[in-house]
Design a protein around this ligand. Structure first.
Ligand code: GLN
Length: 444
Protein backbone atom coordinates (compact mmCIF):
# COMPACT_ATOMS: atom_id res chain seq x y z
CA UNK A 1 0.00 0.00 0.00
CA UNK A 2 1.20 3.48 -0.87
CA UNK A 3 2.34 5.45 2.18
CA UNK A 4 0.69 8.68 3.30
CA UNK A 5 3.84 10.61 2.44
CA UNK A 6 3.77 9.27 -1.12
CA UNK A 7 0.02 9.75 -1.49
CA UNK A 8 0.24 13.40 -0.47
CA UNK A 9 2.70 13.98 -3.29
CA UNK A 10 0.46 12.50 -5.99
CA UNK A 11 -0.89 14.89 -8.60
CA UNK A 12 -4.62 15.55 -8.12
CA UNK A 13 -5.61 13.66 -11.24
CA UNK A 14 -4.15 10.46 -9.75
CA UNK A 15 -6.50 10.53 -6.76
CA UNK A 16 -9.55 8.93 -8.44
CA UNK A 17 -7.30 6.05 -9.48
CA UNK A 18 -5.98 5.72 -5.94
CA UNK A 19 -9.54 5.61 -4.58
CA UNK A 20 -10.52 2.96 -7.13
CA UNK A 21 -7.57 0.82 -6.11
CA UNK A 22 -8.42 1.25 -2.45
CA UNK A 23 -12.04 0.30 -3.05
CA UNK A 24 -10.95 -2.86 -4.83
CA UNK A 25 -8.71 -3.82 -1.92
CA UNK A 26 -11.46 -3.14 0.61
CA UNK A 27 -13.83 -5.33 -1.38
CA UNK A 28 -11.26 -8.13 -1.60
CA UNK A 29 -10.81 -8.11 2.16
CA UNK A 30 -14.40 -7.42 3.09
CA UNK A 31 -14.29 -10.12 5.76
CA UNK A 32 -12.05 -7.92 7.90
CA UNK A 33 -15.11 -5.76 8.63
CA UNK A 34 -12.81 -2.82 9.32
CA UNK A 35 -15.01 -0.31 7.50
CA UNK A 36 -18.56 0.37 8.65
CA UNK A 37 -19.22 2.39 5.51
CA UNK A 38 -17.46 4.11 2.62
CA UNK A 39 -17.82 7.65 1.32
CA UNK A 40 -15.99 8.59 -1.85
CA UNK A 41 -17.32 12.11 -2.14
CA UNK A 42 -14.34 13.78 -0.47
CA UNK A 43 -11.72 15.57 -2.49
CA UNK A 44 -8.26 14.52 -1.29
CA UNK A 45 -6.10 11.62 -0.16
CA UNK A 46 -8.51 9.06 1.31
CA UNK A 47 -8.23 8.49 5.04
CA UNK A 48 -10.25 6.24 7.34
CA UNK A 49 -11.97 7.86 10.32
CA UNK A 50 -12.99 6.15 13.55
CA UNK A 51 -16.76 6.18 13.94
CA UNK A 52 -16.65 8.50 16.97
CA UNK A 53 -15.25 11.53 15.12
CA UNK A 54 -17.76 13.95 13.60
CA UNK A 55 -17.72 14.28 9.81
CA UNK A 56 -20.32 16.65 8.40
CA UNK A 57 -23.29 14.89 6.76
CA UNK A 58 -22.01 11.45 7.74
CA UNK A 59 -23.73 8.95 9.92
CA UNK A 60 -21.52 8.91 13.04
CA UNK A 61 -22.53 6.31 15.62
CA UNK A 62 -19.61 5.31 17.88
CA UNK A 63 -20.61 1.81 16.67
CA UNK A 64 -23.69 1.98 18.90
CA UNK A 65 -27.31 1.11 18.19
CA UNK A 66 -28.41 4.19 20.10
CA UNK A 67 -26.90 6.51 17.47
CA UNK A 68 -28.50 4.81 14.47
CA UNK A 69 -30.00 7.52 12.31
CA UNK A 70 -27.86 10.34 13.66
CA UNK A 71 -26.28 12.46 10.91
CA UNK A 72 -23.49 14.74 12.01
CA UNK A 73 -24.17 18.43 11.33
CA UNK A 74 -20.51 19.49 11.58
CA UNK A 75 -16.86 18.56 11.09
CA UNK A 76 -14.61 17.84 14.07
CA UNK A 77 -11.61 20.18 14.17
CA UNK A 78 -9.30 17.33 13.12
CA UNK A 79 -11.48 16.75 10.03
CA UNK A 80 -11.33 20.44 9.08
CA UNK A 81 -7.56 20.22 9.40
CA UNK A 82 -7.41 17.09 7.23
CA UNK A 83 -9.43 18.79 4.52
CA UNK A 84 -7.19 21.88 4.65
CA UNK A 85 -4.16 19.66 4.10
CA UNK A 86 -5.20 17.63 1.08
CA UNK A 87 -6.87 14.69 2.83
CA UNK A 88 -10.48 13.55 2.69
CA UNK A 89 -12.43 11.28 5.04
CA UNK A 90 -13.09 8.09 3.07
CA UNK A 91 -14.87 5.75 5.41
CA UNK A 92 -15.96 5.03 8.96
CA UNK A 93 -13.82 2.63 10.94
CA UNK A 94 -15.38 -0.04 13.13
CA UNK A 95 -14.71 0.21 16.87
CA UNK A 96 -15.87 -0.97 20.26
CA UNK A 97 -19.18 0.65 21.17
CA UNK A 98 -18.42 4.15 22.50
CA UNK A 99 -14.71 3.20 22.49
CA UNK A 100 -15.23 0.94 25.49
CA UNK A 101 -13.19 -2.18 25.00
CA UNK A 102 -9.90 -3.67 23.91
CA UNK A 103 -10.99 -6.07 21.17
CA UNK A 104 -13.63 -4.42 18.90
CA UNK A 105 -16.00 -7.24 19.87
CA UNK A 106 -18.63 -4.87 21.32
CA UNK A 107 -19.44 -3.05 18.07
CA UNK A 108 -23.09 -2.97 16.98
CA UNK A 109 -21.75 -3.73 13.48
CA UNK A 110 -20.06 -6.99 14.44
CA UNK A 111 -16.45 -7.78 15.18
CA UNK A 112 -13.43 -6.71 13.12
CA UNK A 113 -10.81 -9.37 12.32
CA UNK A 114 -7.08 -9.20 12.90
CA UNK A 115 -5.54 -8.99 9.41
CA UNK A 116 -2.75 -11.39 10.39
CA UNK A 117 -4.94 -14.10 11.91
CA UNK A 118 -8.68 -14.14 11.35
CA UNK A 119 -9.31 -16.04 14.58
CA UNK A 120 -7.84 -13.27 16.66
CA UNK A 121 -8.97 -9.82 17.70
CA UNK A 122 -7.47 -6.69 16.12
CA UNK A 123 -7.39 -5.05 19.55
CA UNK A 124 -9.58 -2.11 20.47
CA UNK A 125 -11.24 0.13 20.66
CA UNK A 126 -9.82 1.52 17.36
CA UNK A 127 -9.76 -2.02 15.93
CA UNK A 128 -11.21 -1.07 12.54
CA UNK A 129 -8.63 1.69 12.06
CA UNK A 130 -5.68 -0.57 12.91
CA UNK A 131 -6.95 -3.64 11.07
CA UNK A 132 -7.48 -1.62 7.89
CA UNK A 133 -3.98 -0.13 7.94
CA UNK A 134 -2.39 -3.48 8.90
CA UNK A 135 -4.46 -5.32 6.30
CA UNK A 136 -3.51 -2.96 3.47
CA UNK A 137 -7.01 -1.53 3.04
CA UNK A 138 -6.32 1.99 4.32
CA UNK A 139 -3.42 4.36 3.73
CA UNK A 140 -3.79 5.82 7.21
CA UNK A 141 -6.45 6.28 9.81
CA UNK A 142 -7.50 8.38 12.78
CA UNK A 143 -8.30 6.66 16.05
CA UNK A 144 -8.93 7.80 19.61
CA UNK A 145 -7.08 6.74 22.73
CA UNK A 146 -8.64 6.99 26.19
CA UNK A 147 -6.73 4.14 27.77
CA UNK A 148 -4.77 2.57 24.93
CA UNK A 149 -7.28 2.40 22.10
CA UNK A 150 -4.83 3.60 19.45
CA UNK A 151 -1.66 1.93 20.70
CA UNK A 152 -2.97 -1.54 21.56
CA UNK A 153 -4.78 -2.22 18.27
CA UNK A 154 -1.78 -0.79 16.41
CA UNK A 155 0.45 -3.30 18.18
CA UNK A 156 -2.00 -6.18 17.50
CA UNK A 157 -2.15 -5.31 13.79
CA UNK A 158 1.55 -4.57 13.19
CA UNK A 159 1.23 -0.83 12.56
CA UNK A 160 2.21 2.47 14.19
CA UNK A 161 -0.24 4.12 16.61
CA UNK A 162 0.39 7.41 18.36
CA UNK A 163 -1.39 9.09 21.26
CA UNK A 164 -0.56 12.80 21.57
CA UNK A 165 -0.12 14.71 24.84
CA UNK A 166 -3.49 15.51 26.39
CA UNK A 167 -4.47 18.93 25.06
CA UNK A 168 -2.32 18.77 21.93
CA UNK A 169 -5.05 17.66 19.54
CA UNK A 170 -8.51 19.21 19.68
CA UNK A 171 -11.28 17.00 21.03
CA UNK A 172 -13.92 19.21 19.40
CA UNK A 173 -16.12 16.76 17.53
CA UNK A 174 -14.83 13.63 19.23
CA UNK A 175 -17.67 11.81 20.99
CA UNK A 176 -16.67 12.09 24.62
CA UNK A 177 -15.90 8.91 26.57
CA UNK A 178 -13.52 9.91 29.39
CA UNK A 179 -13.06 13.62 28.72
CA UNK A 180 -9.96 14.00 30.90
CA UNK A 181 -8.27 11.07 29.09
CA UNK A 182 -9.42 11.13 25.43
CA UNK A 183 -7.09 12.11 22.60
CA UNK A 184 -7.36 11.63 18.84
CA UNK A 185 -4.25 10.30 17.11
CA UNK A 186 -2.85 8.73 13.92
CA UNK A 187 -2.65 5.05 12.98
CA UNK A 188 -0.24 4.63 10.08
CA UNK A 189 2.08 2.27 8.23
CA UNK A 190 5.27 3.82 9.56
CA UNK A 191 6.66 6.43 11.98
CA UNK A 192 7.17 9.18 9.40
CA UNK A 193 3.54 8.97 8.25
CA UNK A 194 2.55 9.15 11.90
CA UNK A 195 4.49 12.40 12.33
CA UNK A 196 2.97 13.83 9.13
CA UNK A 197 -0.57 13.11 10.28
CA UNK A 198 0.18 14.26 13.81
CA UNK A 199 1.45 17.60 12.47
CA UNK A 200 -1.75 18.05 10.47
CA UNK A 201 -4.17 17.43 13.34
CA UNK A 202 -2.26 19.15 16.19
CA UNK A 203 -2.49 22.64 17.57
CA UNK A 204 -4.52 24.93 19.79
CA UNK A 205 -8.27 25.06 19.23
CA UNK A 206 -10.43 27.57 21.11
CA UNK A 207 -13.41 25.26 20.54
CA UNK A 208 -11.93 22.73 22.99
CA UNK A 209 -11.55 24.21 26.48
CA UNK A 210 -8.86 21.64 27.34
CA UNK A 211 -6.83 22.37 24.22
CA UNK A 212 -3.34 23.59 25.17
CA UNK A 213 -2.69 27.17 24.16
CA UNK A 214 1.05 26.76 23.78
CA UNK A 215 3.40 27.22 20.90
CA UNK A 216 3.43 24.44 18.36
CA UNK A 217 6.16 23.88 15.83
CA UNK A 218 5.78 21.13 13.22
CA UNK A 219 7.66 17.90 13.86
CA UNK A 220 8.21 16.63 10.34
CA UNK A 221 10.80 19.18 9.14
CA UNK A 222 12.83 18.60 12.32
CA UNK A 223 12.84 14.80 12.50
CA UNK A 224 16.26 13.42 13.31
CA UNK A 225 16.71 9.67 13.77
CA UNK A 226 20.34 10.12 14.87
CA UNK A 227 19.57 11.85 18.13
CA UNK A 228 20.67 9.76 21.14
CA UNK A 229 18.48 9.42 24.22
CA UNK A 230 18.40 8.19 27.79
CA UNK A 231 15.66 5.60 27.67
CA UNK A 232 14.15 4.27 30.89
CA UNK A 233 12.92 0.70 31.16
CA UNK A 234 10.49 -0.08 33.96
CA UNK A 235 11.79 -3.27 35.53
CA UNK A 236 8.78 -4.07 37.70
CA UNK A 237 6.37 -3.66 34.77
CA UNK A 238 7.63 -6.34 32.47
CA UNK A 239 7.17 -9.26 34.84
CA UNK A 240 3.43 -9.28 34.13
CA UNK A 241 3.93 -9.77 30.39
CA UNK A 242 3.95 -13.11 28.55
CA UNK A 243 7.27 -14.72 27.62
CA UNK A 244 6.95 -13.66 23.97
CA UNK A 245 6.46 -10.02 24.95
CA UNK A 246 9.35 -10.16 27.43
CA UNK A 247 11.63 -11.60 24.77
CA UNK A 248 10.69 -8.92 22.26
CA UNK A 249 11.27 -6.33 24.97
CA UNK A 250 14.77 -7.64 25.79
CA UNK A 251 15.64 -7.79 22.10
CA UNK A 252 14.49 -4.19 21.63
CA UNK A 253 16.59 -3.01 24.56
CA UNK A 254 19.67 -4.54 22.88
CA UNK A 255 18.75 -2.86 19.58
CA UNK A 256 18.39 0.51 21.30
CA UNK A 257 21.78 0.08 22.97
CA UNK A 258 23.39 -0.81 19.65
CA UNK A 259 21.88 2.35 18.21
CA UNK A 260 23.76 4.34 20.83
CA UNK A 261 20.94 5.09 23.27
CA UNK A 262 21.55 4.75 27.00
CA UNK A 263 19.24 2.39 28.88
CA UNK A 264 18.47 3.24 32.49
CA UNK A 265 16.50 1.11 34.93
CA UNK A 266 13.52 2.48 36.86
CA UNK A 267 10.56 1.31 38.89
CA UNK A 268 6.95 2.44 38.49
CA UNK A 269 3.84 2.30 40.67
CA UNK A 270 2.41 -1.22 40.53
CA UNK A 271 0.22 -1.43 37.43
CA UNK A 272 -2.68 -2.91 39.41
CA UNK A 273 -3.34 0.58 40.81
CA UNK A 274 -3.46 1.96 37.26
CA UNK A 275 -6.31 -0.39 36.42
CA UNK A 276 -8.42 0.68 39.39
CA UNK A 277 -7.68 4.39 39.02
CA UNK A 278 -8.32 4.32 35.28
CA UNK A 279 -11.53 2.32 35.25
CA UNK A 280 -13.06 4.34 38.09
CA UNK A 281 -12.16 7.62 36.38
CA UNK A 282 -13.16 6.53 32.87
CA UNK A 283 -16.47 5.01 33.96
CA UNK A 284 -17.35 8.03 36.12
CA UNK A 285 -16.73 10.38 33.21
CA UNK A 286 -18.51 8.06 30.77
CA UNK A 287 -21.62 7.83 32.95
CA UNK A 288 -21.89 11.59 32.83
CA UNK A 289 -20.96 11.98 29.14
CA UNK A 290 -23.40 9.31 27.98
CA UNK A 291 -26.33 10.90 29.82
CA UNK A 292 -26.93 12.96 26.67
CA UNK A 293 -28.15 9.90 24.75
CA UNK A 294 -31.75 10.13 25.87
CA UNK A 295 -33.63 9.47 22.65
CA UNK A 296 -34.60 13.12 22.36
CA UNK A 297 -31.51 14.83 21.03
CA UNK A 298 -29.61 12.24 19.00
CA UNK A 299 -30.14 9.06 17.05
CA UNK A 300 -32.74 6.43 17.75
CA UNK A 301 -35.75 6.71 20.05
CA UNK A 302 -38.03 4.08 21.51
CA UNK A 303 -41.32 5.80 22.40
CA UNK A 304 -42.52 5.14 25.94
CA UNK A 305 -45.65 6.00 27.88
CA UNK A 306 -44.17 9.25 29.13
CA UNK A 307 -40.87 11.11 28.91
CA UNK A 308 -39.16 9.07 31.62
CA UNK A 309 -40.31 5.83 30.05
CA UNK A 310 -38.98 7.01 26.66
CA UNK A 311 -35.57 7.64 28.23
CA UNK A 312 -35.68 4.27 29.90
CA UNK A 313 -36.66 2.29 26.81
CA UNK A 314 -34.32 4.16 24.47
CA UNK A 315 -31.34 3.59 26.73
CA UNK A 316 -32.26 0.01 27.60
CA UNK A 317 -32.52 -0.96 23.95
CA UNK A 318 -29.87 1.35 22.53
CA UNK A 319 -26.84 0.59 24.68
CA UNK A 320 -24.94 -2.70 24.65
CA UNK A 321 -24.05 -4.64 27.81
CA UNK A 322 -20.54 -3.27 28.30
CA UNK A 323 -21.72 0.32 27.96
CA UNK A 324 -24.52 -0.31 30.47
CA UNK A 325 -22.09 -1.89 32.90
CA UNK A 326 -19.89 1.20 32.75
CA UNK A 327 -22.75 3.64 33.19
CA UNK A 328 -23.88 1.68 36.25
CA UNK A 329 -20.42 1.50 37.81
CA UNK A 330 -19.72 5.12 36.89
CA UNK A 331 -22.88 6.32 38.63
CA UNK A 332 -22.07 4.17 41.63
CA UNK A 333 -18.56 5.57 42.15
CA UNK A 334 -19.94 9.12 41.87
CA UNK A 335 -22.86 8.55 44.22
CA UNK A 336 -22.97 10.15 47.61
CA UNK A 337 -21.41 7.89 50.23
CA UNK A 338 -19.13 6.20 47.67
CA UNK A 339 -17.66 9.24 45.96
CA UNK A 340 -14.81 9.64 48.49
CA UNK A 341 -14.09 5.94 48.68
CA UNK A 342 -13.80 5.46 44.93
CA UNK A 343 -13.72 8.55 42.78
CA UNK A 344 -11.64 10.77 45.07
CA UNK A 345 -9.26 7.93 45.84
CA UNK A 346 -8.79 7.24 42.12
CA UNK A 347 -7.86 10.89 41.58
CA UNK A 348 -5.25 10.64 44.34
CA UNK A 349 -3.76 7.56 42.68
CA UNK A 350 -3.83 9.39 39.37
CA UNK A 351 -1.80 12.19 40.93
CA UNK A 352 0.74 9.71 42.32
CA UNK A 353 1.14 8.12 38.88
CA UNK A 354 1.75 11.54 37.34
CA UNK A 355 4.34 12.27 40.05
CA UNK A 356 6.10 8.97 39.44
CA UNK A 357 6.37 9.68 35.73
CA UNK A 358 7.82 13.15 36.32
CA UNK A 359 10.39 11.62 38.68
CA UNK A 360 11.46 9.15 35.98
CA UNK A 361 11.62 11.94 33.42
CA UNK A 362 14.11 13.80 35.57
CA UNK A 363 16.72 11.22 34.49
CA UNK A 364 15.25 9.94 31.23
CA UNK A 365 14.16 11.42 27.90
CA UNK A 366 11.90 8.54 26.94
CA UNK A 367 10.44 5.40 28.49
CA UNK A 368 10.19 2.01 26.77
CA UNK A 369 7.25 -0.17 27.78
CA UNK A 370 5.19 -3.10 26.49
CA UNK A 371 1.84 -2.17 24.96
CA UNK A 372 -0.08 -5.35 25.65
CA UNK A 373 0.81 -8.10 28.15
CA UNK A 374 0.04 -10.74 25.49
CA UNK A 375 -0.01 -11.36 21.76
CA UNK A 376 -3.38 -10.72 20.05
CA UNK A 377 -5.89 -12.98 21.79
CA UNK A 378 -8.67 -15.08 20.27
CA UNK A 379 -12.27 -13.98 19.86
CA UNK A 380 -14.31 -14.80 22.93
CA UNK A 381 -11.21 -15.49 25.00
CA UNK A 382 -11.79 -12.66 27.47
CA UNK A 383 -15.40 -13.07 28.55
CA UNK A 384 -14.92 -11.73 32.06
CA UNK A 385 -14.89 -7.91 31.98
CA UNK A 386 -11.97 -7.81 34.39
CA UNK A 387 -9.87 -10.07 32.14
CA UNK A 388 -10.49 -7.65 29.30
CA UNK A 389 -9.64 -4.65 31.51
CA UNK A 390 -6.36 -6.27 32.57
CA UNK A 391 -5.20 -6.32 28.96
CA UNK A 392 -4.79 -2.53 29.33
CA UNK A 393 -2.21 -2.58 32.15
CA UNK A 394 0.56 -1.03 30.08
CA UNK A 395 -1.34 1.67 28.27
CA UNK A 396 -3.68 3.37 30.74
CA UNK A 397 -1.18 5.09 33.05
CA UNK A 398 -0.04 7.11 30.03
CA UNK A 399 -3.58 8.53 29.69
CA UNK A 400 -3.89 9.11 33.44
CA UNK A 401 -0.70 11.18 33.25
CA UNK A 402 -1.66 12.85 29.94
CA UNK A 403 1.62 11.85 28.26
CA UNK A 404 2.38 11.28 24.56
CA UNK A 405 3.28 7.74 23.47
CA UNK A 406 3.83 5.82 20.26
CA UNK A 407 3.43 2.11 19.65
CA UNK A 408 5.46 0.54 16.87
CA UNK A 409 5.99 -3.02 15.68
CA UNK A 410 9.30 -4.45 16.90
CA UNK A 411 9.00 -8.18 16.28
CA UNK A 412 6.90 -11.07 15.01
CA UNK A 413 6.03 -14.33 16.73
CA UNK A 414 4.99 -16.57 13.85
CA UNK A 415 2.46 -14.47 11.95
CA UNK A 416 1.61 -12.29 14.96
CA UNK A 417 3.15 -8.85 15.45
CA UNK A 418 4.53 -7.52 18.74
CA UNK A 419 4.44 -3.79 19.36
CA UNK A 420 6.20 -1.82 22.07
CA UNK A 421 5.69 1.79 23.05
CA UNK A 422 7.90 4.75 23.70
CA UNK A 423 6.49 7.28 26.15
CA UNK A 424 7.59 10.93 26.12
CA UNK A 425 7.49 14.00 28.30
CA UNK A 426 4.40 16.22 27.99
CA UNK A 427 4.45 18.17 24.68
CA UNK A 428 7.81 16.65 23.77
CA UNK A 429 6.49 14.85 20.70
CA UNK A 430 9.56 15.73 18.64
CA UNK A 431 11.86 13.60 20.78
CA UNK A 432 9.22 10.87 20.94
CA UNK A 433 9.07 10.66 17.15
CA UNK A 434 12.86 10.86 16.86
CA UNK A 435 13.25 7.92 19.25
CA UNK A 436 10.61 5.92 17.39
CA UNK A 437 12.24 6.70 14.03
CA UNK A 438 15.62 5.62 15.35
CA UNK A 439 14.17 2.33 16.62
CA UNK A 440 12.23 1.72 13.41
CA UNK A 441 15.35 2.20 11.31
CA UNK A 442 17.47 0.13 13.69
CA UNK A 443 15.08 -2.81 13.34
CA UNK A 444 15.30 -2.90 9.53
N1 GLN B 1 -9.72 -0.57 26.79
C1 GLN B 1 -9.87 0.67 27.47
C2 GLN B 1 -11.31 0.86 27.87
O1 GLN B 1 -12.08 0.03 27.56
C3 GLN B 1 -9.40 1.80 26.64
C4 GLN B 1 -10.35 2.20 25.58
C5 GLN B 1 -9.95 3.44 24.86
O2 GLN B 1 -8.79 3.86 24.90
N2 GLN B 1 -10.93 4.06 24.25
O3 GLN B 1 -11.68 1.80 28.49
Amino acid sequence: MITLKEALKLPKEELPHLKQDLKKRIEEKKELNAYISLDESGDGVPILIKDNIQVKNWSVTSASKILQGYISPYDATVITKLRENGLAPFGRANMDEFAMGSSTETSYYGKTLNPHDYERVPGGSSGGSASAVGGGVAIASLGSDTGGSIRQPASFCGVVGMKPTYGRVSRYGLSAYGSSLDQIGPITQNVEDSAILYDIISGYDPKDSTSADIEYSPITPNLNPNQKYRIAVIDNYVKDASTEIQQAYEKTIRTLEKLGHTIIHKEMTDAKYDISAYYITAMAEASSNLARYDGIRYGSRVEGENLKDTYFRTRSEGFGDEVKRRILVGNFVLSSGYYDAYYVKAQKVRYLIQQKYSEIFQDADLILSPVSPTLPFKFGEKKEPLDMYLSDIYTISVNLAGLPAISLPVDWVGNLPVGLQLIGKPFDELNLFNGALSLEQGLK
